[in-house]
Design a protein around this ligand. Structure first.
Ligand code: URA
Length: 434
């Protein structure tokens, strides 16, 4: 069938066959179908959707457009963890070494920041010297040696997604459940783990703005993973305000190290209490969530989780000295404070806006290949619902210069309110496994 007929089919709300989808993906990766025709198909999918079968076929065609990693030489159940994105979301940085310390092999590939959300790989690169690209053999032998490796996605992993994602980014077709589900799951399936724990975020700081959409996204991702033979678990988490207090690459790594030392913010702990036990159960190391959390607490209090994080840094040529001396991280030359302009309660009204502040500071990408400043970011001194008095410091900005600090301050103040009435706390975390 010609590609125009495939576009017509979807434009008219009809179902694409497996063959249509395979022709689309192989033709696009081979450079035989131009961007303008693929853009038309993406928009038709955006407007008319895909059913579960089409979404599954699209995922598998994208996964099989490149290498499928074979992790069978690593013993044990390989568990992956993926977040659909958020602001200040340092869950992977904490959960992965904890799970590894409990015996769950963590062969983890992560992504870079996307839009207003941060990315684990950018954060990790703030550790001086650390390499996020290992060869396949180095990756596998590091997991066999120390139980944990964390690298960026290789260029051979789901290349169709790389091409499609870049096109979606510039054709207003990112926010579409079948396209998001197939994009994420193609990379997860290609990354070779046996089980996946999904952290599906919703709220003003997530791609899914409402809880119902996040449940729809979770449902289809679970369905795709199960059809591909994986053990799937999903945790729905609220992202209406940044997670923890640090937002920005090196600042978030410092917060993660503090958590591995046992000093964890209550909201981060709340998410960990659900995600880590799911990883332990999926990895066959715990029968119940209570047991999973007890083991996680032991891994932190004994120092084992921090030791694994240190070992990973060392193995990936980073400076493990950062764990005991945070001044070894890139340092922003300027720090400024933002004060409450009146008495009341802090309410974050636009969590994505707070993520945008980091981009304004140069800590996130505006163009795809841009270098970012890993030292900059925000340190929130209060959380939504906290009482503040006029003049209290509510935020510390880490900036490269005063112009950017001012712009970030302006954006931050647009993203919050100080209200007379305490805002309703809508933190909501639950699992969605069956
Ligand atoms: N993350 C991805 O990898 N793909 C999407 O489409 C959205 C978030």
């Amino acid at each position: 069938m010609s590609f125009i007929n495939i576009i017509e089919k979807k434009r008219d709300g009809k179902k694409l066959s497996r063959e249509d989808i395979r022709d689309f993906i192989t033709g696009y990766v081979a450079g035989e179908i131009p961007d303008y025709q693929v853009s038309a198909l993406l928009m038709a999918i955006y407007l008319n959707g895909c059913d579960d079968e089409e979404t599954f076929e699209l995922t598998m065609a994208m996964a099989e457009s490149g290498d499928i990693l074979d992790l069978s030489s690593i013993s044990g159940i390989k568990v992956d963890k993926h977040s659909t994105g958020g602001v200040g979301d340092k869950v992977t940085l904490i959960a992965a070494p904890v799970a590894a310390a409990c015996g769950v092999p963590m062969a983890k590939m992560s992504g870079r920041g996307l839009g207003f959300t941060g990315g684990t790989i950018d954060k990790l690169e703030s550790i001086p010297g650390l390499s996020v690209s290992l060869s396949r053999d180095e990756f596998i032998s590091q997991v066999n040696d120390i139980g944990y490796a964390l690298i960026g996605q290789t260029k051979d992993l789901a290349p169709a997604d790389k091409l499609l994602y870049a096109l979606r980014d510039v054709t207003a077709t990112v926010g579409c459940i079948p396209l998001i589900a197939s994009s994420i799951m193609s990379k997860k399936i290609a990354a070779g783990s046996n089980a996946i724990v999904l952290e599906i975020t919703h709220g003003t700081g997530a791609f899914m703005r409402d809880e119902e959409s996040s449940r729809d996204l979770a449902r289809i991702m679970i369905e795709i993973g199960k059809r591909a033979g994986l053990d799937m678990r999903a945790v729905i988490t609220d992202m209406n305000e940044p997670l923890g207090h640090a937002i920005g690459n090196s600042l978030e790594v410092v917060e993660a190290i503090e958590a591995l030392k046992g000093r964890i913010d209550p909201d981060v702990e709340e998410v960990m209490r659900v995600i880590i036990p799911e990883m332990m159960i999926a990895g066959g190391k715990a029968e119940t969530r209570e047991e999973g959390w007890r083991l996680a607490e032991e891994a932190v209090s004994s120092g084992k989780a921090l030791d694994i994080f240190r070992a990973m840094i060392k193995a990936q040529h980073g400076d493990p000295g950062v764990i005991d001396d945070y001044t070894l991280f890139p340092q922003a030359p300027l720090r400024s404070e933002v004060c409450a302009q009146r008495d009341g309660y802090l309410s974050v009204t636009d969590c994505a806006g707070i993520g945008e502040c980091v981009k304004i500071l140069g800590g996130g990408r505006v163009t795809k290949e841009q270098d970012i400043d890993l030292s900059v970011g925000l340190d929130m001194k209060v959380k939504s619902g906290d009482k503040v008095s006029k003049g209290d410091c509510i935020l510390e900005i880490y900036a490269g210069d005063s112009g950017r600090a001012k712009d970030a301050e302006r954006k931050f103040l647009e993203s919050i309110e100080i209200t007379d009435v305490r805002p309703v706390q809508n933190t909501l975390i639950y699992t969605l496994n069956d």
